[in-house]
Design a protein around this ligand. Structure first.
Ligand code: AMP
Length: 289
């Protein structure tokens, strides 16, 4: 389905029958992380819409908008197997027709710090497209990944602030057995880069362990994570930050429920990961056959 008006008519019909509609927004090149959201939506909603849209507004100049992996045919096959009710794949001009002049800004640490500071305009692009996807679908629940914790916090803020009546569900990060968080951008990494990228989950594990051992100083925990990334010659750290899970503001003292956010570059690819302190640490399967 390519037009927002068509999607709205279909979803209006479902709502008219009293059916709960779940929305899973994605940029495609689907992997098991995306599918975990689809499966959660299938369990909890009577109708499921998956959107596939590489949103130009959320890419900055010099970022990978053009080269972002696009696999529409494979994605459709996978989604048919998952039994979703509609796939929304609009063209850019259907989402942003000539004369489009509106931007949605969430003014809070949730959009201005961390990824927001490294990718100016990124979260405005995200908030704008998510508002449009919500308007076209009218979901009662929308599913986002904990992998992009800052994005999930921002979307929750948006839904609450604008009384959109959408419940934002945040699903756990899906990882490869060696701990690497699944991401469409992992496809850019060479075998060596992929090994280097494991320093992110190693850093999260070490900081989690330090927190479980009683360390609550944010600077020390951030230092533990930074050191592990620093030990990997193939990776450059952008930030390690202990934050409040809702406001995304930095905390001086970590408590159970604080989140540790990490961003690093490997072979020029920006990778992000995070974990809940006091929660289960990312798995370690490094060294397995
Ligand atoms: P993307 O296609 O990268 O925009 O991601 C679409 C949705 O899938 C977002 O809500 C992401 O947070 C979520 N997602 C991406 N990777 C993962 C993962 N490894 N585990 C769980 N959710 C993920």
């Amino acid at each position: 389905m390519r037009l927002p008006q068509k999607l709205r008519r279909l979803a209006d019909g479902w709502r008219g029958e009293g059916l709960a509609v779940g929305l899973v927004p994605t940029m495609g090149a689907l992997h098991e992380g995306h599918l975990s959201l689809v499966r959660a939506a299938r369990r909890e909603c009577q109708r499921v819409v998956v959107s596939i849209f590489v949103n130009p507004l959320q890419f900055g100049p010099g970022e990978d908008y053009r080269s972002y992996p696009r696999r529409p045919r494979e994605d459709l096959k996978v989604l048919a197997r998952e039994g979703v009710d509609a796939v929304y794949q609009p063209a850019v001009r259907a989402v942003y027709p000539k004369g489009f002049a509106t931007a949605v800004t969430v003014s809070a640490a949730a959009s201005e710090s961390w990824e927001g500071a490294y990718r100016p305009g990124h979260f405005q692009g995200v908030a704008t497209v998510v508002a449009k996807l919500f308007a076209a679908t009218g979901p009662s629940r929308a599913y986002f990944g904990e992998k992009d914790a800052q994005q999930a916090a921002l979307v929750s803020r948006l839904a609450q602030d604008l009384d959109l009546g959408v419940e934002v569900a945040v699903c756990p990060t899906v990882r490869d057995p060696d701990g690497l968080a699944l991401s469409s951008r992992n496809a850019y990494l060479s075998e060596t880069g992929r090994r280097a990228a494991l320093c992110l989950c190693r850093a999260l594990r070490a900081a989690s362990a330090a927190f479980s051992g009683g360390e609550t100083s944010a600077s020390l925990l951030e230092g533990v994570a930074a050191a592990l990334v620093g030990d990997e010659p193939g990776a450059q750290l952008d930030y390690a930050a202990v934050v409040d899970p809702v406001s995304l503001e930095r905390r001086e003292r970590a408590d159970a429920g604080s989140r540790l956010l990490l961003a690093a570059r490997v072979e020029g690819v920006r990778l992000i990961d995070n974990c809940l302190l006091g929660g289960p640490p990312p798995p370690s399967g490094e060294g397995r056959g």
